[in-house]
Design a protein around this ligand. Structure first.
Ligand code: SAJ
Length: 423
């Protein structure tokens, strides 16, 4: 299993290809975007992920990692392409299907195909097995097929790919065993063998668990705002209970995983997923709540300017997919406000992304949308210097409120409203 072809060189495919190459496999990474293939072959990267650039440089330099536009024969094919969601909240499996079809001419008896892309339960069994059978490859006889979900956290991908336990779900025992042997090349955590459909469900349940818990936190935060008490104090104290873990409230749930995956279950089983759907809708409603709070704060201000800090969906990443920050910003622009934005991690966005100085200049309200480390380090005295009014709305409870208050800011915190009920 020394030759591996990884299809899709995104946030998961590229780190996986790189780590496999560093573990001694000869890896060809495939991507349909010529600029990505060129970038990687030059030992550079097109995404932001701590430590990845050095690892890609080493892997390309060693000759173990190359990139190409179309697949070539290999022992193992790993499909790590996106599974976006359509406007109707359906899983768009077209990239997975295209990737599977693209390997057909390179596929040989004895090969292992691994799907890593998050997919509705039943994808290996009901979509890929028939697709390969039509091309003359019977799964379990001619080729092996496994579903092996990644569970790495963007921002910590390289560590978590190695350290986390890994689930490998085979269409049969041989497929699972082959997949286990491949991941054993670099995984230090436990490798848990199971069936392919079970593994598909495991992946969706992990992210759904988080979504439902974040929805509970967001609902609690809104209750606390109504009660005039501080959600963060409630969560901090409740979490001292040994079996309670209230998550963080915030402006909503973004990223390509948690905001998307639960829909795969709702789509497949609409009448069984009331809780999951409600949680998703609760989280999706948070940007509107943030917008309403901002409009309330600026109610009496003439021609207000809002300075929004953060476009990415979470701290210290450059990813803006499904970002609640963007929804807030676009909503404020639609409401006719003068909005300026700054995110040091993001290079391309569907809104302005000016320098920090430009963003704050003349602003009445600064809104923290993404809790990047750069923003936590901001000096409130410096930040306030060029602002017209000194109002702060912290949607992540991430800033040092005492310091901002000392610098003359009037502070509103999501989940705590304006009244902070301290002992
Ligand atoms: N968020 C909250 N409150 C919280 C935690 C997160 O509002 O208490 C928000 C974040 O700000 C962000 C979103 O939720 O907008 C998701 O962030 P995240 O850090 O929870 O997760 P992702 O989407 O970056 O990565 C998740 C991870 N899944 C779990 O933790 C169960 C990761 O392990 C998966 O590999 C990844 O999804 C994936 O690829 O599926």
């Amino acid at each position: 299993m020394n030759n591996v072809c990884v299809l899709g060189l995104g946030y998961i495919g590229l780190p996986t290809a790189t780590i496999l190459a560093a573990s001694g496999a000869r890896v060809v990474g495939i991507d349909v975007r010529p600029e990505v293939v060129d970038t990687i072959n030059q030992g550079a990267i097109h995404i932001e992920e701590p430590g990845l650039l050095e690892k890609v440089q080493q892997a390309v330099h060693s000759g173990n990692l190359t990139a190409a536009l179309s697949p070539c024969p290999a022992d193992v094919f790993i499909i790590a392409v996106p599974t976006p969601i359509t406007h109707e909240h359906r899983a768009d499996m077209s990239y997975v299907i295209a990737a599977a079809k693209s390997i057909l001419s390179s596929l040989r008896p004895g090969n292992l195909v691994i799907l890593e892309s998050t997919s509705p339960p039943g994808t290996c069994r009901d979509l890929l097995t028939p697709l390969f059978a039509q091309a003359g490859f019977v799964v379990g006889k001619d080729i092996s097929l496994a579903y092996c979900p990644e569970r790495v956290l963007p921002g910590k991908i390289l560590t978590e790919l190695v350290e986390n336990d890994r689930v490998v779900g085979g269409m049969d025992a041989k497929s699972a065993g082959m997949a286990r042997d491949l991941y054993a090349l670099f995984v230090k955590g436990n490798i848990l063998q199971t069936g392919a459909t079970t593994a598909e469900m495991i992946k969706l349940m992990e992210n759904t668990f988080r979504d439902v818990n974040i929805a509970l936190a967001n609902e609690a935060a809104r209750l606390c705002e109504n009660l005039g008490i501080d959600f963060w104090e409630v969560a901090r104290c409740a979490n001292r209970h040994p079996r309670v873990n209230i998550h963080n409230a915030g402006p909503g749930v973004g990223g390509h995983c948690i905001a998307v995956d639960p829909w795969f279950l709702v789509e497949a089983y609409p009448s069984e997923t009331g809780l999951i759907r409600t949680a998703r809708e609760r989280n999706d409603s948070m940007p509107k709540h943030v917008i309403a709070t901002i409009m309330g704060l600026l109610d009496k201000v003439d021609t207000p300017k809002v300075a929004c800090l953060g476009l990415a969906y979470k701290a210290d990443v450059d990813d803006i997919r499904e970002s609640p920050s963007l929804e807030v910003i676009l909503g404020l622009e639609k409401a006719g406000l003068n909005v300026a934005c700054h995110d040091p991690h993001v290079s391309q966005a569907p809104c302005s992304n000016s320098s920090l100085e430009e963003c704050l200049k003349g602003a009445d309200l600064v809104v923290l949308l993404t809790d990047h480390a750069e923003f936590k380090r901001l000096d409130p005295n410096k930040a306030g210097r060029s602002m017209r009014r000194h109002m702060l709305y912290d949607t992540r409870n991430a800033l040092d409120h005492a310091a901002w208050r000392a610098a003359g800011f009037d502070i509103t915190v999501l989940g705590a409203g304006r009244q902070v009920d301290t002992a």
